[in-house]
Design a protein. Structure first.
Length: 257
C-alpha cells in the first residue's frame, strides 16, 4: 500500500503491556507519527485506562499533534478527540440499565457454572464501563504472568463467550484480552469503531494501517482485518516499536505546525 494517512493500534499487548503504561520508546514513536499522520488507539479498555496508559505518557506532544489523535475506548463504543485543552467525547453508545443487569447476571452465572469464577481474584471480576460490560477472569489487577497462563488456547474464553451469548441475543459478546469477555450493543466491535473513524475523518479504510496482537480469526482485532483495513500482526509492544521504526522511514516529513 501507499503511505497510510491514519495509523491505528490496539492497546494492551500492542502498544503497552496489559494494563501498563506505554514505554518511553512507544511514546516517542507515537509523537513522531502524530507529526506525520493521524493516529488512533482502539481497545476494550475504558477511558481511564487510555488516559493512564497513553495520554499520561504524551506530555511532550504539542496540542496541534494531539488534534490528530483519535481515542476509541471500549472497542469504539466511545470516541474522544482533543478540543484544544483536553480529550472530549464525540459520541458514547452506553448500554441501558436493563442491558447491563442482564449482562452482569449472565457472566456471573455462566462463569460459576463453568467453574471459571475465581474465589480470590486480583480486584473486581466484573466492570461496568458504561458502553461495555467486561469480565476479567482473574480480576482487573491480575499480574501479567497469571493472565497469560490462564487460557493459552482460548478454550475457556470461547466456552464462556458462547454460553453468555446464548442468553443475550440482543448484545455483542466476544473474547477480549487474555482473560476477558466484553459485552456491548449488537454490531459494535472494533470494525464499528474503524468505520466511525472513516465517517468522522473522511479517511478511507484502505488508507489506514492497523497494528494488533489478536488478528487471528476469533481474536478481538480480527474484525478490523475482516473489513479490509491493511493490518500488521505484532507480538508485544517491543515488536510494535521495531515495526514502527521501519514505518516511519516510509512516511512523509513532519507536518508543519
Amino acid at each position: 500500500m501507499t503511505a497510510p494517512r491514519l495509523v491505528a493500534f490496539d492497546l494492551d499487548d500492542t502498544l503497552a503491556p496489559s494494563k501498563g503504561q506505554i514505554d518511553d520508546r512507544i511514546a516517542d514513536l507515537l509523537i513522531a507519527l502524530l507529526q506525520r499522520v493521524d493516529v488512533a488507539v482502539i481497545s476494550g479498555g475504558n477511558e481511564e485506562q487510555f488516559r493512564t496508559q497513553v495520554l499520561a505518557r504524551l506530555g511532550a506532544a504539542a496540542a496541534s499533534d494531539l488534534a490528530r489523535l483519535h481515542l476509541l475506548p471500549t472497542c469504539g463504543t466511545r470516541y474522544l478527540r482533543h478540543d484544544g485543552a483536553d480529550f472530549a467525547p464525540v459520541y458514547a453508545h452506553d448500554l441501558s440499565d436493563d442491558e447491563k443487569d442482564a449482562a452482569l447476571t449472565a457472566l456471573r452465572e455462566e462463569a460459576t457454572r463453568l467453574g471459571l469464577w475465581e474465589a480470590e481474584p486480583w480486584g473486581e471480576i466484573l466492570e461496568d464501563r458504561g458502553s461495555q460490560i467486561t469480565f476479567s477472569a482473574l480480576g482487573q489487577q491480575a499480574p501479567r504472568e497469571a493472565k497469560h497462563t490462564w487460557d493459552p488456547d482460548g478454550a475457556k474464553r470461547a466456552a464462556l463467550r458462547d454460553a453468555v451469548a446464548a442468553r443475550l441475543p440482543g448484545l455483542e459478546v466476544r473474547s477480549g484480552g487474555s482473560t476477558s469477555i466484553d459485552i456491548t450493543r449488537a454490531g459494535i466491535d472494533k470494525a464499528f469503531g474503524m468505520r466511525e473513524l472513516t465517517a468522522h475523518t473522511g479517511i478511507p479504510l484502505a488508507e489506514m494501517l492497523f497494528y494488533g496482537d489478536r488478528l487471528d480469526e476469533g481474536g478481538n482485532d480480527y474484525p478490523v482485518l475482516a473489513i479490509g483495513v491493511p493490518s500488521v500482526a505484532v507480538d508485544g509492544w517491543q515488536d510494535t516499536a521495531d515495526k514502527l521504526d521501519a514505518l516511519l522511514l516510509t512516511l512523509p516529513a513532519p507536518v508543519a505546525r
